[in-house]
Write a protein that binds this ligand. Sequence first.
Ligand code: NDP
Length: 296
Amino acid sequence: MSATIIDGKAFAETVRAQVADHVARLKAGHGVTPGLAVVLVGEDPASQVYVRSKGKQTLEAGMASFEHKLPAETSEADLVALVKQLNADPKVHGILVQLPLPPHLDSDLVINTIDPAKDVDGFHISNVGLLGTGQKAMVPCTPLGCLMLLRDHLGSLSGKTAVVVGRSNIVGKPMAQLLLGDSCTVTIAHSRTQDLPAVCRTADILVAAVGRPEMVKGDWVKPGATVIDVGINRIERDGKTKLVGDVDFVSAAAVAGAITPVPGGVGPMTIACLLANTLTACCRANGLPEPEGLTA
Ligand code: NDP
């Protein structure tokens, strides 16, 4: 193995410490405490784990955490009413509605009810448009985390060739917009892309956000490239459940210049960026300077 391992766990700790430091200064200097409201509908076990973890890390950063757990059969009208109540609450600077919602609820309608200034997931159509037009937006947490890791590792991304595999609204598309914003030459690949290995081999920066275990092989990677593996896949191997990414780590690490592991790469950055976005939203709401290095 020759690649540098990009330690997302350690970097996320640094980001969280920066956020906590800024929060302490906001409290002391301005009497303002950033607050994050998380809304969970139903009993999905993975969502429950995420929400617990978000609440814990929010409090550890010195912020206020407001958790709203609603039964699976909650009506759309009741959920929308709660979101509107949170929109109007000055103690709440960030609102996150945990996805997926139960099937009887219209996720787009609910997300687009969130005040865009409090939309710390960056999924509101206004934030999507602002990001797409290069304006100040709330940026989705996972791609923001990838961008921070890339900037930290590579410095300027300007002029680099980037390939993003995956075109979802929550990862692939915003990731491509962010890389474009940093002046990369960007290709978005997906399930219909012809000769995907050859497309990937053009990349100085290769981001895999596919949801297919270990799909990207070492011979898809340009020697020296930086590989960001967003995938989180549970597989059974040797009788054990294992977490793997969308990249075949061993073969890719033999060729890449740097690579994120799974776990311990992009994953920890997502919640760190959620905290960073909540802090940014709080600063914007109060007309205060935004934290440096924690936004796109
Ligand atoms: P989606 O299922 O929404 O999107 C997957 C994308 O991959 C689609 O655009 C699809 O193409 C493309 N794709 C699927 N199969 C292939 C293939 N064989 N070749 C090329 N492209 C393919 O997934 P998400 O974007 O939500 O998530 C992607 C991965 O990232 C998942 O493993 C998920 O668990 C993980 N994830 C991790 C997060 C973190 O915090 N680290 C946060 C969010 C997601 P098409 O559009 O043509 O169907």
